[in-house]
Every structure is written in structure tokens, then in C-alpha cells.
Design a protein around this ligand. Sequence first.
Ligand code: ADP
Ligand code: MG
Length: 440
Amino acid sequence: MSKQIVNTESDAAESLMRVDGLKKHYPITEGVLRTEVGRVRAVDGVSFEVRAGETLGIVGESGCGKSTVAESVLRLTDPTAGSVYFDGEDVTAYDDTALKRFRREAQMIFQNPDSSFDPRMTTGESVAEPLKIHGVGPRSRRLEIARDLLERVGMSGEDAARYPHELSGGQKQRVALARALVVNPRLIVADEPVSALDVSVQAEVLTLLNDIQAEFNLGVLFISHDMGVVREVCDRVAVMYLGEIVEMGRTEDVFNDPEHPYTRALLRSIPTVGVESRGTDAGLRGEVPPPSDPPTGCNFHTRCPEVIQPDGYDFEQAHWRGVMNLRVAVERHGVDVAGLRAFVGVEDDASVSPADADAMKAELRREHDIPETLTDPSAEATLEAALDDIVRGDVEDGRAVLAEEFETVCEGESPPLDEDGTGRPTACHRDGAAARGGDD
Ligand code: ADP
Ligand code: MG
């Protein structure tokens, strides 16, 4: 490739794509007037850059906004806020001509390669097609380039005559890569490119992607929910949770010394060959909250195993997580007191006997992973008071007791993505709270 990025500022020269404060919110509308009644905060303020010759990974659970980032940076959808720069130019300000050039320089690879192919076209024709769109000719020349590229992605020139249905998933993804490369792009956005492939084939395609990237000095934005896959191909990685980046750094550093509790949890949930599942504490408990109603403070506090304890208490961390589970449940959906009464066999209008109340409280503790007795007596007394309120039907009083007594900074304030500690951007209160550290 003869293209070079010429820029006097060395920092900017490295940056092929820079994304600043990107947001994409989808309105939730109601009625014929389509009144906006809410917003899905699919991407809620992310910033990163992709340099020429590097692969930046974006990793996170399904629904955290990875594909929306991909679509937004390629201007397949218009961002709600923020900027995307390609070569220092504002992509959102491109006119049709500039956009056409950009669409050539930045190519996308999808999870399902079938979406890039017309089943009636041969492999060679499919790979050559973008050349036609961009006015490269004649046809014989286009097919020659296509055959050449097929060979570079590990297919043979004869494969050019085959049809998509004659190819395996791995072969199709190779051809999709050839088709993306045919227009000499400088950036590839690959959204879960191996997630639909057999594990045995994944490694081959990842190796190919690595080789191609080095050969063509491409910038690659590599999107995956799979930490193992990200580790194979990415130079740097950004970990996303509920529309935000919670940690970003060199892959090696992030994997060897994860800073954010979410990253740590994701790493624990990578299945290890030959090791039995390690149960609930290995992975992540609870559902990802809906992006239409994200938690206050740190998005992750509703599930974080390392959520910070309130001052003045001395919980075992797992017990504190249990108390937080109850708090979060009460805040977010209240408590089904009628269900609890039914569970322990209290008749509809009957009063709750002390034994029934104990059974209901025990059930609440069980549901939220709270032990029978907390080791901290003062925390135990407060929790009991709140549970008493709840089983009596005074859920609001119980909620208030929990909220006032067990207040945590994680819920109150949103942690900025700061370069504290190791110099790696991490959005977690624990950095700032480390000084507070010890429990009394
Ligand atoms: P990921 O790729 O990480 O699985 P997505 O970017 O596909 O996540 O989706 C992020 C969130 O945005 C999800 O909650 C998804 O349901 C929502 N979402 C995606 N596209 C739309 C859309 N067109 N309209 C409304 N919500 C959407
Ligand atoms: Mg996706």
C-alpha cells in the first residue's frame, strides 16, 4: 500500500480514527404522535482512537452497545452526540463525495458473512463487485484482482468460480475479508467476525486477520463479546458496560492486571478448558439493567462484586453484595409482599405471625444471597429493621432505611474514566476510595 498518513503532529499522525464523547440514544415513542416517552441509551459517551496498524478491541456483554458504536463510527447511523474523526476530518460533516470515499477507506465485516453476499454471484464476482461500484475496470481486470485477493486470504484462485452456498462458514468469512480488502481500505470494523464460526475455525480466521492487518498496515476496530478472542487479536482493548467504556488499555495489561471490577468479572467468566464451572461467584450475577433505565452512579453498582461499603460498617464483602442486591431490588422493582405471604402460607387477610415474619425474612435473605446473620452487629440490626418493615407491608419504609443506612458512593456518583493508579483509564470509585480503604 502506498498510502501514508502525512501529518505534522506526531500524535495525530498515529490516529486513524478518533471518537470523542460518542452517544447514540434511540427514542422510545408512544401513540400516533410518536411522543418521546424515554430513551434507550445504547451508547452513552465513549471516546477512543484507532491508530494505523493497530487493533483496538471493544468487548462487553451482549447489549452493551458494541454494534451501535460500529454503526455510528461508520456513519451507518447518525450519532446523538459526539464526534468521529477519520484522518482528522469530521466524519459527521462529510458530504456525499467525501462519504463515498470514506465508505471505501473504512470497511465493515459482519458476524454473518452471508449478509455481504448475493447468493447468485460467484465468489470472484462478489469480491470484484466493490471495484465496479468504485469505477475500477475492465471486468477482466477486476476478476484478476479478486482472484489475487482470494489467494491472499488463503483461498485458491479456482474458488472464484464457486458460489457462497458451496463454502463453509470459515471460507465465507475469508471471502468477506477479501471483499473488504479489495478497495484498499485503511480501517476495518469487524463486528463479532468469528462469533458464528466453529471454535476450531475461529483461530484460523483470527490469524488471517492478524496477518492481513500487518501486511496492509490497517487499523482494525475489533468487536467481540468474547474475552478469549479479543486477547488473541487486539493490541489494545476497551471494555464496555451499558453504553460506556469502563476500562481501556494495552491488552496485555488489561488481562494481566484488570483494574475495573467488571473486567475482572468478565475474565473470571472465561471458560477454562478442563475446569468445571466454578459456580455463581465465578461469573456475573444478575441481569444487565435495561439501557432505557440505567442505574444511577456507577452503571455497574447493581452487580459489582466489589461495590464499596458504606462508612461505619464492617461487612464481609459477599454479605455486603447480598444487602446491595436487596437494596437494588427494592429500589428498582419493590418487593412482592403478597407473593412472600403466599410463599409462607399466610391467608389473604390474615395477620403475619412472628413465625411467618421470620419465614418471610429468611426467604428474602435467601433470594438475595444474604446470610442468616451478618457478622457486623450494627449492620445486622439495621437490616432486620428494614426487613421487618418490608414483611409488614411497609416497603417504602424499608426502602428508606436501606437507602439511608447503606448508602454507597457507587450508587451516588458516576465515576469518571480517569487515568488514576496505573495510568490506565478506569472508571471506578475504588481508585479514589482506596485511601479510605480499610474498614473500621
Ligand atoms: P451489542 O452489539 O453490544 O450487543 P447493540 O449495540 O446491538 O449491543 O445494542 C445496544 C442497545 O441498544 C441494546 O439494548 C439494543 O436493544 C438497543 N438498540 C440497538 N439498536 C436499536 C434500535 N434501532 N432501536 C432501539 N434500540 C436499539
Ligand atoms: Mg452486536
